[in-house]
Design a protein around this ligand. Structure first.
Ligand code: TXA
Ligand code: MG
Length: 343
């Protein structure tokens, strides 16, 4: 069985952080909390440990891993050709939930980057996450701590459901405060390119990087195309039952779901519309549409709740496509495998 160690309080649980770090030093894979989602960590300089990450997760070999650092200087240990303008991006967003891609130095192996010449670097905001990296005395490769294709994990319990008996240890830092993965920006190109919408909204990024290239079609690619961020080509975040994402004006989408869903289907909608679904057996609230950070925090947990039910179909009311709403829509469109209704 996988051991779960409490690290919720940095000062009082330091011995558990040291224990987790010891596993990492020994080449083991450990699930670890961050402010975005839980991650499956291993020593970035131990080839066997890196391969274990791919194996445990069932991750395709051509999907590169993020490297996690705990202090800014470390970006220079693993990356080269860092442009001058990166400084202001570091100032604005690091530590934080933005992942930056630069040309890699030779010390980062092709196994980490799936043969790419660039490496994605994440400097998490979570102090617990940083303490774990620091204690491990190395850098950590770490993709999200879910089985490949399943919804991301935002609690130790989610990790346990996916990874029990596959890894020796899960560090429990409570539920992730943001609940959505980091925003990824490729800084290795002349103008920076947004590769994944995420925890920090595009509007916030553009304030610091006005020349950011942001193309919708870059973010969602078909199976036969070569995507800029390889992970984007896979069906992702998916619950077991088919999911229909309903986009458009809130009043219309609620009405459409009511007309289309059976009473034993799952309906996930904003709090303001819950009353429309009093006759339904499984309704879940995304919180108010005024507070999309609440929806971001809940969404992966709700998708995982659906897997516990014996149901035929899931209907989700999409948020508006502004700010964090874009990032939530991106995850749900992937989870729906293209099953999207726009009204
Ligand atoms: O918030 C997060 O970023 C979380 C937490 C755990 O840190 N991690 C995460 O990892 O979401 P993962 O592996 O689920 O997603 C990383 C994405 C993948 O789509 C991968 O293909 C892409 O980053 N990626 C990694 N290295 C890359 C590179 N050198 N160039 C382009 N894309 C890269
Ligand atoms: Mg992931």
């Amino acid at each position: 069985v996988t051991e779960i160690l409490n690290v919720k309080d940095l000062n009082n649980s330091y011995e558990n952080i040291v224990k987790g770090a010891q596993y990492l030093k020994n080449g083991e894979v450990v699930a670890i909390p961050t402010e975005t989602v839980y991650r499956l960590a291993a020593d970035a300089f131990n080839e066997d440990a890196i391969k274990k990450v791919f194996k445990v997760k069932g991750r395709p070999q051509d999907n590169p891993l993020l490297v996690h650092i705990h202090k800014l200087e470390q970006v220079h240990d693993i990356c080269k050709d860092i442009p001058k303008e990166a400084e202001k991006v570091f100032d604005a967003f690091w530590p934080g939930s933005v992942t930056l891609i630069f040309n890699k130095k030779d010390c980062i192996s092709d196994t980490v980057t799936a043969g790419m010449k660039t490496v994605a670097v994440r400097f998490p905001k979570s102090e617990i996450a940083r303490a774990i990296i620091k204690e491990s005395k190395t850098l950590l490769v770490a993709p999200s701590a879910n089985l490949s294709g399943k919804p991301s994990t935002t609690s130790a319990k989610h990790c346990y459901n996916d990874l029990n008996e596959k890894i020796p240890c899960i560090l429990d830092g409570g539920s992730s405060s943001i609940g959505l993965e980091s925003t990824i920006i490729d800084m290795s190109t002349k103008d920076p390119v947004l590769l994944r919408e995420g925890a920090v909204s595009v509007d916030e990024i553009c304030k610091v990087i006005p020349n950011l290239i942001y193309k919708k079609n870059l973010l969602s690619v078909k199976d036969n195309e070569i995507p800029k961020a390889p992970g984007m080509k896979y069906r992702h975040y998916a619950p077991d039952a088919p999911l229909t994402l309903v986009e458009g004006d809130y009043i219309k989408t609620s009405k459409w779901i009511k007309e289309s869903a059976n009473e034993d289907d799952v309906v996930i909608c904003f709090e303001e519309f819950l009353n429309d679904f009093n006759d339904y057996q499984h309704t879940y609230s995304l919180g108010s549409f005024e507070t999309l950070n609440v929806a971001a925090k809940k969404i992966f947990d709700l998708l995982r709740e659906c897997d516990k039910l014996n149901i035929n179909h899931i209907y989700i009311q999409a948020p508006n496509n502004s700010g964090l709403g874009n990032s939530i829509i991106n995850r749900l469109e992937k989870a729906s495998a293209g099953n999207i209704v726009h009204i």
